[in-house]
Ligand binder design. Structure first.
Ligand code: 6PG
Length: 249
């Protein structure tokens, strides 16, 4: 794992959501002050939802620089947005439908087409977005990742070929729960983020969290997340951190 790692442990999942919202807010303010825009990519799954709901409420509803914020997705299941397992659908319900963000600054992954075509389309959208910012590199200010008990992150699953091509930014894959076609950002994008925020909650994640943080030889997909440009923050609740040798409050 990259050297620049911080571990934040909260008392429970509720505090984890609060700390996550605070971290996203502070990162947004810093990015807007530095370059007048904030680009964030969010993951699906259940863990980020409480944080998204907090961001849709005061003080974040009024204080977040929504007009300068650009929301992308780390991964998506190729399902209709009104499907209960749609990552965009969940975020739309919890956050996007409430916050005053310009509609053209919300970039859901295209889920209703052949996944290879969707991957190419989203890659082109990312290239245009970063080129408009004057960069050939996809450097997000913040990427929020979850982890599965099997060590997957985004939709990069164990035993699955993940593109190591530096120019491949979005992949079409099949797997996970639900076992469907998916789109996922690749390591080429994830590892270029200025700040990677892992969220993990609950005792079921304790063993994989310990492996990912303490076993530098791990070959699990989430172990290949290396902050080349920035830092990694592990935001854990006490249960997810329960097996770690050293805990920092
Ligand atoms: C997905 C997610 C996936 C998720 C983990 C953790 O679309 O499936 O992006 O990588 O982050 O599976 O999921 P939970 O937060 O529900 O435990």
């Amino acid at each position: 794992m990259a050297a620049k790692i911080e571990i934040i442990t909260t008392s429970d999942a509720g505090r984890l959501a609060e700390k996550g919202a605070e971290l996203l807010y502070n990162t947004a303010k810093e990015a807007v002050a530095r370059k007048d825009s904030f680009a964030v990519a969010v993951s699906g799954g259940s863990t980020p939802r409480a944080m998204h709901r907090l961001l849709s409420q005061e003080p974040y509803l009024a204080d977040m620089p929504w007009q300068k914020t650009h929301f992308f997705w780390v991964d998506e299941r190729m399902l209709p947005f009104d499907h209960p397992d749609s990552n965009y659908g969940a975020a739309q319900k919890d956050l996007m439908s409430i916050i005053p963000i310009p509609a053209d600054q919300v970039y859901p992954m295209p889920a209703m087409m052949r996944s290879e075509e969707g991957a190419d389309l989203y890659q082109a959208k990312l290239k245009t977005f970063f080129q408009d910012l004057g960069s050939l590199d996809p450097v997000f200010d913040l990427i929020i990742l979850g982890i599965g008990t099997d060590g997957h992150t985004a939709s990069l699953f164990p035993g699955q070929p993940s593109s190591q091509e530096p120019d491949r930014w979005v992949l079409s894959v099949k797997g996970g729960q639900p076992d469907v076609f998916r789109l996922t950002l690749t390591y080429a994008v994830l590892n270029r983020a200025r700040h990677i925020l892992f969220l993990a909650s609950g005792g079921a994640k304790a063993a994989v969290v310990k492996t990912l943080i303490e076993d530098s030889r791990s070959q699990l997909p989430a172990a290949k997340i290396q902050a080349l440009n920035g830092k990694i923050t592990w935001l854990l609740d006490q249960k997810a951190a329960s097996l770690l040798v050293e805990k920092k409050g």
